[in-house]
Write a protein that binds this ligand. Sequence first.
Ligand code: GDP
Ligand code: MN
Length: 384
Amino acid sequence: MNLYEYQAKELFAEAGIPVPQGRLADTPEAASAAAAGLGGRAVVKAQVPIGGRGKAGGIKVGASPAEIESLARRILGMEIRGFPVRRVLVEEAAEIQQEYYLSITVDRAKEANVIIASAAGGMEIEEIAENRPEAITKLWIDPAVGVRPYKARTAADAAGYDPKAAPAVEAILPALYGILRRYDATLVEINPLAFLADGRVVALDGKIEIDDNALFRQRPLVERFQEAGPAPGVHPLEARANELGLAYVKLDGEVGIIGNGAGLVMATLDMVQRHGGRAANFLDIGGGAKAEVVRNALSLIFADPDVKSVLINVFGGITRGDEVAKGLLSVIEQIELKVPIVVRLAGTRAAEGQKLLAGSPLTPAATFAEAAQKAVAAARGGSR
Ligand code: GDP
Ligand code: MN
């Protein structure tokens, strides 16, 4: 889950990291009112879940509420790389002396969190890495020690921040690490961390990525920040799958796929392709899948209007073929079969499973290739 800038800044403020005063607005009039509350001069910032808004024209400074209103009107009508701008953040306009980069992320190879700091802030870190790799400082964090003030000062010094900014960084960096730990973030980034003309050090932008695998234990955060409706850019069926706890990806073919194990599902997509068809989705129901999971999986696939046939490919290891067959039979009693379903079972008690399916409306297949062939042919043959 990626937080919007205004959300990241809320967490920053709560952790004691200085952020500019500001307010969220979803109309030009509200933006104007927000600017008036800030004394007139303000910056208007598009709230979209991606970076590079500045370059795209999504960030503008205005000198009066009237100017802010017209800037907000323009920005609220924009679409930044596919994301329509629904809200803007109106903030006191900072007088920037220097822009720094500061983040903490996960270094998988080192199995540690890493502080990344650079005095070349403002641009994207990928850009700095490409053009001026020597301008990037990395410091790894020992989890038993955490981020102490001396570590923060080392980072600020090594990155080449102004020494007058160092005391502020001594407070900001430990707080940033606290956010990463508390919210299971894989990235907390401040870019730019601005050293202002008046000597203050302020987070002018914020980016926080929460580990999706930790969302189960971050319910309060999810409830606070997850917005109604599917996240922008997420297919409605994928949003539904997420609610059902299914590993599902929408694709653009016509054969619905259900398998157990990501590798087997990927192989199934390939096999369908090889037989001249195209998969409508990726869907892994995992090992030891219960009837309930099979039912959810089928109802999800039936909700996809592109699906013309379904291929169920289950390999029994711990999962038993007869259990899967019983699950399927109980499911098809309860939901209407909208398209032909081809089932291939292999492994533990597969023969018993296939026997149970005989006489049912499901089409059995003895081999992987036969299953793909039948599913592709069924998809071509029309909707039934
Ligand atoms: P991004 O382009 O999506 O990363 O958005 P940022 O929030 O990082 O803003 C991009 C740039 O806009 C910053 O690097 C600053 O140069 C500028 N900017 C952002 N906020 C302010 C502000 O309050 N005052 C001024 N003068 N410039 C700002
Ligand atoms: Mn930025």
